[in-house]
Design a protein around this ligand. Structure first.
Ligand code: ATP
Ligand code: MG
Length: 174
């Protein structure tokens, strides 16, 4: 069977966009597929997956790029430059076709905040090597991205422990 790479979008306000992508990574790794995750927003909470990825040695890599997002106008130029560099890295990674599954974690924010053009993102994703599966995560996925996707899931929040003032739990949030 010739593989047809899928474009998958996990969006919405509920929890689970990044964790669902990591669940797919786990499934793919089980088949010996090579996985690359690029995190566009530098989070404080990604230690768990970074540690776990090392256990898969050459099959899985995670690159934490991008700024922490400050939203102060004086830093916006800097954040935009860092975001563009991260996107350039993603483009190169896709073109190299060294992976079977590429996760572009929180990429939607770069489009939502006008740091990169939706048309460019969609163009690059559509023109990717045919066999590569790509997962894009993040809130507020733009219509063009959804249109281009083969699979899009909207995570809806029903309840979240933060609403009850519960602090982030190790292994669940990070
Ligand atoms: P996760 O990485 O846990 O799968 P996510 O990728 O769906 O979460 P993001 O939009 O990337 O969510 O935001 C990450 C942070 O926002 C996480 O700490 C997550 O728990 C929190 N979060 C997600 N949904 C909600 C919600 N409905 N209310 C409050 N916080 C939320
Ligand atoms: Mg996320």
């Amino acid at each position: 069977m010739t593989r047809r790479g899928l474009l998958i979008v996990n969006t919405g306000n509920g929890k689970g966009k990044t964790t669902a992508a990591l669940g797919l990574a786990f499934r793919a790794l089980g088949h010996g597929l090579r996985v690359c995750m690029i995190q566009f927003i530098k989070g404080k909470w990604n230690y768990g997956e970074l540690k776990a990825a090392r256990r898969f040695e050459d099959l899985m890599e995670i690159h934490t790029l991008g700024a922490g997002f400050t939203w102060e106008s004086e830093n916006l130029g800097r954040d935009t430059r860092i975001a563009r560099e991260a996107w350039d890295f993603a483009k190169q990674t896709i073109a190299q076709a060294r992976h079977d599954l590429i996760i572009l974690d929180e990429l939607t924010y770069l489009i939502a905040y006008g740091m990169i053009d939706e048309a460019e993102v969609v163009g690059v994703l559509k023109a990717r090597p045919k066999a590569i599966h790509v997962v894009v995560t993040g809130r507020n996925a733009s219509p063009g991205l959804i249109e281009a996707a083969d699979l899009a899931t909207d995570m809806q929040s029903v309840k979240h422990p933060f609403d009850d003032g519960l602090e982030a739990q190790r292994g669940i949030e990070y």
